[in-house]
Design a binder for this molecule. Structure first.
Ligand code: FAD
Ligand code: COA
Length: 405
């Protein structure tokens, strides 16, 4: 692949270190992780030992202070051989950790940094059975009692719930008089925070090695030290937390990109090797054009994803001052990359013929794994509403009465 992003020597070294780990350690176990549906703790340990968790933790908190693009380079390499491990690398470097590192108190930042540098992959808990795309309709509530909050409700489809230690939970906040103040973020720790438990595990089409869980809050009491309050306060809490979530959207797109790149490389190799009509199938123009189209889609997806990773949205001090990627670029990148990756993996499977349809072949797993990326992390339809509102410079409320909250 050309160095179209003019990655620095250090970034290229990081990329090859990630590629070596992916090929030597992660790839040989990918099929087994899928078949057994067991969480790959050994891969988590390998990521941690190689410095691939907590990559964006700044140096003053003991981290390596990598950029989001550098984390993306690592996620892409993992996902090329194992989508599950790619997703673990996302959770360990983006999403919840980005929000806490930017909005958390000094103590929270220190705690979260220690978790991820030690190999934790914090879970981000937003979605509820009746509040998926309409996330701001969530009903999980945090009632203030003295200095603490009592949280009740449930989330579902929480990636890594039950295997993650740190959880960032979005909930509606009410004061002691029962007045609603806005949506806030709360930290809870597995096996430590009383009232935090897990329900059913969702049986999934793909990405089977990572649990998608119901997470339950039953009078879960958290002290003030566990409230992640964005600087603009609770009234803007939801908007600020969603802003932090843009890094996770870049990460999700990267996993799709990685899976599709892996499928494409396998298809190119197979097309050169497999013979029909007495010649390698790569000599047929029908397949050459498919492979060419796949490469175009991947280059475009990679460009959008890397660009989004390098971007900064508008912050309190004006455009480009947010610590998070630009919402529009992140949404554009995820829409395009997810849809292109699904098509690329499907075409790669086609190149393999019947062999691609067999469960003995990795393409079958990749085809199932890549399908999720137009859904999780904001569906392709919802992300189009994000893009449309940005390009039209207007709010585009989706509820009949205008606004959900
Ligand atoms: P719905 O919102 O019910 O949507 C159903 C359909 O309607 C979709 O096609 C959607 O695009 C469409 N639709 C809805 N509203 C509109 C609209 N206004 N305009 C046009 N179309 C619309 N959530 C978390 O909080 N944490 C996680 O870690 C997490 N991990 C996930 C992992 C996986 C593998 C999956 C599949 C999901 C995960 N989710 C997670 C949940 C995910 O974010 C939601 O599935 C997603 O936001 C969509 O919600 P929904 O599934 O309820 O679909
Ligand atoms: N980045 C930055 N700001 C964002 C944002 C993002 N990704 N998404 C929403 N916001 C801001 C909006 O700009 C708006 O701020 P404003 O009041 O200054 O205009 C505020 O948050 C509320 O957004 P709005 O679109 O008006 O909210 P809504 O109540 O109609 O809800 C969403 C729509 C945000 C829930 C919907 O667009 C969405 O993203 N759904 C998917 C949820 C998701 O990704 N879940 C993944 C869980 S893993």
């Amino acid at each position: 692949m050309t160095n179209q992003w003019q990655l620095t020597d250090d970034q290229l070294k990081l990329q090859s270190k990630a590629r070596a780990l992916a090929e030597e350690v992660v790839a040989p176990r990918a099929a087994e992780v899928d078949r057994s549906e067991q969480y790959p703790w050994d891969n988590v340990e390998a990521l941690q030992q190689n410095g691939f968790t907590g990559m964006t933790v700044p140096k003053d908190l003991g981290g390596p202070g990598h950029s989001l693009l550098e984390a993306v380079l690592v996620v892409e390499q993992m996902a090329k051989v194992c989508g599950v491990t790619g997703r673990i690398a996302v959770e360990a470097n983006m999403g919840a950790i980005s929000a806490v590192l930017s909005y958390g108190s000094d103590e929270q930042r220190k705690m979260a940094a220690e978790f991820v540098l030690g190999g934790d992959k914090p879970a981000i808990c937003i979605t509820e059975p009746d509040a998926g795309s309409a996330a701001s309709l969530m009903t999980t509530r945090a009632d203030r009692r003295g200095d603490s909050y009592i949280i009740n409700g449930m989330k579902h489809w929480i990636t890594g719930g039950s295997v993650s230690k740190l959880h960032l939970i979005f909930a509606r906040v009410f004061d002691e008089q029962g007045e609603e103040l806005g949506i806030g973020g709360f930290l809870a720790i597995r096996d430590v925070t009383p009232g935090l438990s897990y329900g059913l595990r969702e049986p999934t089409l793909g990405l089977r090695g990572i649990p998608e869980m119901e997470v339950l809050f039953d009078d879960m009491e958290v002290g003030p030290e566990m409230v992640v309050l964005p600087p603009s306060g609770l009234r803007r809490g939801f908007a600020d937390l969603m802003n932090a979530y843009n890094s996770q959207r870049v990460g999700a797109g990267t996993v799709a990109l990685g899976i599709a790149s892996g499928a494409y490389e396998r298809a190119v190799a197979f097309a050169k090797e497999r013979e029909q009509f007495g010649r390698p199938i790569a000599e047929f123009q029908g397949l050459q054009w498919m492979l060419a189209d796949m490469s175009v889609q991947l280059e475009a997806a990679r460009s959008l994803t890397y660009r989004a990773a390098c971007s900064r949205g508008a912050g309190p001090d004006g455009p480009g001052t947010s610590p998070f990627p630009d919402a529009n670029l992140a949404a554009q990148a995820k829409i395009f990359t997810a849809e292109a990756s699904i098509k690329v993996v499907s075409d790669a499977l086609q190149v393999f013929g019947a062999a691609g349809y067999s469960r003995r072949n990795e393409l079958e797993r990749m085809y199932r794994d890549v399908r999720m990326f137009t859904i999780g992390g904001g569906t392709a339809q919802i992300l189009r509403t994000v893009v449309a509102s940005r390009i039209l410079e207007q709010k585009l409320p989706q509820s009949r009465d205008g606004y959900l909250r």
